[in-house]
Design a protein around this ligand. Structure first.
Ligand code: FE2
Ligand code: FE2
Ligand code: FE2
Ligand code: FE2
Length: 432
């Protein structure tokens, strides 16, 4: 369908009652893992839609436009509350965290495979292996602190094992900066894909920043601090892919279009009837927002929305198991690193004075919480918490050897030799 020709729900009918805003949460035990990932992502999409309009209004001198923006912004905020508060009270912070990293892994893998721009795709694949490693590090604590088998949350749809080691994710933030797309040359698919991922990563950063302190365990708190900082790098990496010459109105249009596409994708895939209705209703609201943004671009810039977003819907958030794709990237790209010239190279091609070494030395000199997580697991059960098929699990030492930088290692780094010893302990027995 051409969404620009759809009517949607008019803005004046979008203000809802408090009763309608607060819905009954899903059931922690019964929810499908991908229903949870949709809910996590859409919360991030709404937070971005709300925050962006604050930036816009702070810079905008046109009072008519401001009046419109603040009215739409309230709706985004109400939608965000509804979506975020679908989380049940008995879903722990660590449960939710595993959900966040499952979003990052399976969403990024989906986007990479559907991304027409090669450089953007490479950037997605790069980030993928980092969130994949976060899932592994957090899984240690989910088991140690809450006796959670990661698969209770992940439903065996996503593997849990070592990726690019988290201690190597700490870069000079200037090195994270990527090359922006050119707004008039790139496909609307790329615009939507990137904005979807920015929203997810930003929400992940905010969630860790707001919840990492909720555990009394200092090692776990430090892990949240460490990974929160990587998510900050991820926001930098993905947001610098966006053309900075886009006007604010153009950005507004892309935001509303991204919301429409994501809700449509959620509606299309959702198995839970109750949530499906929410996705549908919110998609209709977003079509209403899109009409307003399209009218504004027409009025203020004398341009057609179609020039910017095309006429085709994008599917930016289809969730399904991506094990095969992720394994392939893992085996081939675990030793990739960022260059100062917005490109990529392998560890052995890095200069001695690569700026990120310095950051890794500074942040890791007292030890890396992401390594401590594994050290503690070894103490508790003799090995790490890892969930994947046997063949892949056997590759952990090899992956570590390939993926870990020799320079700037934290003093508590778990060695390849230690990983080799895990083979003698069956990975699933520890849970019996
Ligand atoms: Fe929204
Ligand atoms: Fe992550
Ligand atoms: Fe991330
Ligand atoms: Fe919206």
């Amino acid at each position: 369908m051409n969404v620009l020709k759809e009517k949607g729900i008019p803005l004046e009918k979008q203000v809802r009652t408090w009763h309608d805003i607060v819905r009954r949460p899903y059931n922690r035990m019964e929810v499908d893992n991908y229903t949870r990932t949709r809910q996590i992502l859409m919360n991030g999409i709404e937070t971005e839609a709300w925050g962006f309009k604050h930036c816009f209004v702070r810079k905008c001198t046109d009072s008519d436009l401001n009046k419109l923006l603040v009215k739409v912004r309230r709706i985004e905020d109400m939608q965000q509350t509804t979506v975020n508060w679908l989380s049940p009270v008995n879903q722990t912070v660590l449960d939710t965290t595993l959900g966040y990293e499952q979003v990052a892994v399976d969403l990024t893998a989906w986007l990479a495979q559907n991304e027409p721009d090669e450089y953007v795709k490479e950037t997605f694949n790069f980030g993928l292996l980092e969130d994949f490693d976060h899932l592994y590090r957090y899984s240690q604590f989910a088991y140690m602190i809450e006796e959670t088998d990661p698969n209770e949350i992940l439903h065996e749809m996503t593997d849990v094992l070592i990726g690019r080691p988290t201690q190597n994710h700490h870069n000079c933030n200037a090195v994270r900066i990527r090359k922006p797309y050119k707004k008039d040359e790139v496909s609307p698919v790329t615009k939507v894909n990137i904005l979807t991922l920015i929203s997810g990563e930003q929400q992940t950063h905010n969630y860790y920043a707001e919840h990492g302190f909720m555990y009394g365990n200092t090692d776990l708190k430090r892990l949240y601090a460490e990974i929160c900082d990587v998510e900050e790098e991820h926001v930098t990496m993905y947001e610098t892919l966006v053309d900075p010459t886009e006007t604010m109105l153009e950005k507004w249009l892309v935001h509303e279009f991204t919301e429409v596409c994501n809700y449509y994708n959620c509606y299309k895939d959702e198995a839970d009837d109750r949530l499906k209705l929410i996705w549908e209703e919110f998609m209709q609201m977003e079509i209403g927002h899109l009409q307003l943004a399209a009218e504004a671009i027409n009025k203020y810039e004398k341009r057609d929305a179609e020039e910017i977003i095309g006429t085709e819907l994008v599917l930016p958030c289809h969730f399904e198991s991506q094990k095969e794709y992720v394994t392939n990237i893992l085996e081939n790209e675990v030793d990739k690193r960022l260059t100062e010239k917005e490109g990529y190279c392998r560890i052995d091609e890095l200069d001695e004075d690569w700026p990120s070494y310095k950051v890794q030395e500074q942040t890791g000199k007292d030890g890396a919480p992401s390594e401590k997580a594994i050290q503690l697991s070894i103490k508790a059960i003799g090995r790490d918490i890892a969930c994947a098929d046997e063949k892949l699990l056997k590759k952990q030492p090899e992956l570590l050897e390939k993926g870990l930088e020799e320079n700037a290692q934290a003093p508590d780094t778990v060695s390849v030799e230690k990983y080799k010893k895990f083979e003698k302990i069956p990975p699933l027995d520890f849970l019996n």
